[in-house]
Design a protein around this ligand. Structure first.
Ligand code: SF4
Length: 184
């Protein structure tokens, strides 16, 4: 087992003291830096492209979770999770992420590690390829909000029905290519 033990802290987001959502930080007893390229390869295959971020030099990997709307950030001696409802959820979610890391490490012989760097898409890049009519069909108040939620992994492109009519084919194709190829 790679992650043997950790110290868990749960706190209000520094930018929003008093908020009803919580952040959790696990300080790891062991350095898990060697596992990051394997985790990067695993996440890259499981999370829509363009939504996870990996910087091999900085040894940092982050990715969004649609369920719960969390963002997970992993560094060699730290795991951070955002947007948790309470302390019990923080402990449960942290156990889940630790389980994923340990499982990935145990399977490393079957995984081709990846040090491919990826940057998070910029909201304006996505927005420019949406219809920009603010029609609200997707349930969001504006196309820009939809762009933000695409990047956070909280909505699917298919929820923008207008994008799938012929008039927007070119934008749609470019946006799909952008989401699939957000690699620098
Ligand atoms: S459905 Fe598409 S065009 Fe309409 S507001 Fe949502 S993102 Fe914009």
């Amino acid at each position: 087992m790679l992650v043997q033990s950790y110290h868990l802290e749960v706190f209000a987001p520094p930018c929003a003291p008093g908020a009803e959502r919580w952040c959790a930080k696990a300080t790891l007893a062991d350095d898990i830096g060697d596992a990051l390229p394997y985790l990067n390869a695993t996440i890259k295959g499981a999370i829509p492209k363009g939504l996870s971020v990996y910087n091999h030099a900085a040894r940092a990997l982050t990715w969004p979770l649609r369920v719960g709307g969390h963002t997970i950030a992993v560094r060699p001696r730290e795991i951070a999770i955002s947007n948790l409802v309470d302390k019990d959820a923080a402990a449960t979610e942290m156990q889940r992420v630790v389980g994923l890391i340990n499982h990935t490490w145990e399977r490393r012989a079957e995984i081709t590690p990846s040090i491919e760097m990826r940057q998070r898409l910029k909201p304006m890049e996505v927005y420019k390829l949406l219809p920009a009519t603010n029609c609200k069909d997707c349930g969001q108040p504006t196309c820009f909000t939809f762009a933000l939620k695409i990047i956070a992994g909280e909505v699917e492109l298919e929820q923008c029905a207008p994008l799938f009519i012929d008039a927007y084919r070119e934008k749609r194709d470019k946006l799909i290519a952008l989401l699939e190829g957000a690699v620098n």
